[in-house]
Design a protein around this ligand. Structure first.
Ligand code: AMP
Length: 396
C-alpha cells in the first residue's frame, strides 16, 4: 500500500511538524554554511505548506552534538540562510520541546515558519525515546518527513513521532523514494552502476543487490584494489581491505554466474605519497610498483568507462573514483561526472563525495537526480526497508 504524502494532506490552519535535513556542512573556522543544497532541497515542501495556509514547524539535527547543547551547532545560521532563500520570516527557537516552545507554536498564524533548535541537543532523539517523540508530536497536528538523509535512522524525530500524529512524506522524500524505486524496480537497460570510495565493506550489500538488477558494475576508488588483490594482482601500497578478499572473490564468482560484468580499472595513476607534490605516473593495472599506491583511475580507464556509460540507459553512481580531495587525483572522478552528465540515460548520483564531484564539475543540473542522502541511499540500494519510511501512515 502507498504511504500518505504531503499532497494528500489538508494543511490549512494546521501546524505541520516537518522533519527536514538541515545537516549542512559548516566552515570549521567561521561556522558559515559551505553548501546549502539540503536547505534548497526542502523548499518545495515548506513553500507548499505555507502557500496552502499551513503553519510550518521545522525540526532538524546539525552535526553530532551527542545529546548536549553545543553552541556552534545551533540552528541560527541555518535559519538565516533559509529566510534568505524562502524570503519569509523564519522564527528560530532555542529548544525543540518544552513550555516556551509550545507557547510560540500555539501562537503561530497561517503561513508562518518556525525553526526549532537542533533536535540532537537532546539525547532522547537518537534513543528514539517515546516521551520525547510524543512531546515533539504534541507541537503539531500533522507530521511530514522530508529528511531523506536520516530516514535510515530510527530516531524520535524521524520515526517515533509518526506513531502519534498522521505522518506523510514531503516532496523531497517522495522524489528520492521514486527515483530509487525506478532504479531498483523498473530501470531501462542497459543499467550501469559505478561504485567507488575507500571500502568494499561499505558497499557489499549494495553490490549484491545491484547484481540482481544491473548489467555492468564499474569499480573505481581504493575499493578496486581489494578486487584486484582478490584476483591475485599485485597492488603495491594501495589501500586494500585484507579481511574482505574472500568477500570480493565471492562477489566476482557470483557476478560470473549472473552474467553481470564487474569492471575494474585498466590503468591507474600511482604515486609514492598522497600529496599533490609527490612523484606520480600512470601504470597498467598489472604494473603497480612496490611502494607505490593507486590514487586515481588512469586515462585508458576513463576512456573505457566513458564508452560503457555512453551506451547506458540507466546510470547509478556512488563514491569517488580516486583520492579526489587531492589534486590531481580528482581527475578521474571529475571526468566521469562530466561523462555521466553527457549521456541521455536516467542518471542518479548519491553519496557526499560524488555529489561534491558533480558540483565541482559544473554538471549538477544535468543529472536526473542528485540524492541528498548518502547512507540512506546506500541502504535503499541494499534493498532494505528504512524505518523513517515504514513509519509513515498508509494511504487509505
Ligand atoms: P567512501 O567513504 O567509502 O565513499 O570513500 C571515500 C573516500 O575514499 C574519499 O575520501 C576518497 O579520497 C577515498 N579514496 C578514493 N579512492 C582512493 C584511493 N585510490 N586511495 C585512497 N583513498 C581513496
Amino acid at each position: 500500500m502507498a504511504k500518505l504524502s504531503l499532497g494528500d494532506l489538508e494543511v490549512k490552519g494546521k501546524r505541520v511538524l516537518v522533519r527536514v535535513d538541515f545537516n549542512v556542512p559548516l566552515d570549521k573556522e567561521t561556522g558559515e554554511i559551505t553548501n546549502d543544497m539540503r536547505i534548497k532541497a526542502s523548499l518545495p515542501t515548506i513553500k507548499h505548506i505555507i502557500d496552502h495556509g499551513g503553519r510550518a514547524v521545522l525540526v532538524s539535527h546539525l552535526g553530532r552534538p551527542k545529546g548536549e547543547v553545543v553552541e556552534n551547532l545551533r540552528m541560527n545560521k541555518v535559519a538565516e540562510r533559509l529566510e534568505a532563500l524562502i524570503k519569509i520570516k523564519v522564527k528560530k527557537l532555542d529548544d525543540c520541546i518544552g513550555p516556551d516552545v509550545e507557547k510560540e507554536v500555539l501562537a503561530m498564524q497561517d503561513g508562518e515558519i518556525i525553526l526549532l533548535e537542533n533536535v540532537r541537543f537532546h539525547k532522547e532523539e537518537e534513543e528514539n525515546n517515546p516521551d520525547f517523540a510524543k512531546a515533539l508530536a504534541s507541537l503539531a497536528d500533522l507530521y511530514v518527513s522530508d529528511a531523506f538523509g536520516t530516514v535510515h535512522r530510527a530516531h524520535a524525530s524521524t520515526q517515533g513521532v509518526a506513531q502519534f500524529i498522521p505522518a506523510a512524506s514531503g516532496f523531497l522524500l517522495k522524489k528520492e523514494i521514486n527515483f530509487f524505486d525506478k532504479i531498483l524496480h523498473s530501470s531501462e537497460r542497459p543499467f550501469v552502476a559505478i561504485l567507488g570510495g575507500a571500502k568494499v565493506s561499505d558497499k557489499i550489500g549494495v553490490i549484491e543487490n545491484l547484481m540482481e538488477k544491473c548489467d555492468t558494475i564499474l569499480i573505481g576508488g581504493a575499493m578496486a584494489f581489494t578486487f584486484e588483490k582478490a584476483r591475485g594482482i599485485e597492488v603495491g601500497s594501495s589501500l586494500v581491505e585484507e579481511d574482505k578478499l574472500e568477500v570480493a572473490r565471492g562477489i566476482l564468482e557470483k557476478a560470473k554466474e549472473k552474467k553481470v560484468k564487474i569492471i575494474t580499472p585498466l590503468d591507474h595513476v600511482v604515486a609514492t605519497e598522497c600529496t599533490s607534490e609527490a612523484e606520480r605516473k600512470i601504470v597498467d593495472r598489472r604494473e603497480i610498483p612496490p611502494g607505490w599506491k593507486g590514487l586515481d583511475i588512469g586515462p585508458q580507464t576513463i576512456d573505457g568507462f566513458k564508452k560503457i556509460l555512453a551506451g547506458a540507459k540507466t546510470i547509478l553512481w556512488n563514491g569517488p573514483l580516486g583520492m579526489f580531495e587531492v589534486e590531481p587525483f580528482n581527475r578521474g572522478t571529475v571526468e566521469i561526472a562530466k561523462a555521466i552528465a553527457e549521456t541521455n540515460a536516467m542518471t542518479v548520483v548519491g553519496g557526499g563525495d560524488s555529489v561534491a564531484a558533480v558540483t565541482k564539475a559544473g554538471v549538477f543540473d544535468k543529472i536526473s537526480h542528485v540524492s541528498t542522502g548518502g547512507g540512506a541511499s546506500l541502504e535503499l540500494l541494499e534493498g532494505k526497508e528504512l524505518p523513517g519510511i515504514s513509519a509513515l501512515t498508509e494511504k487509505e
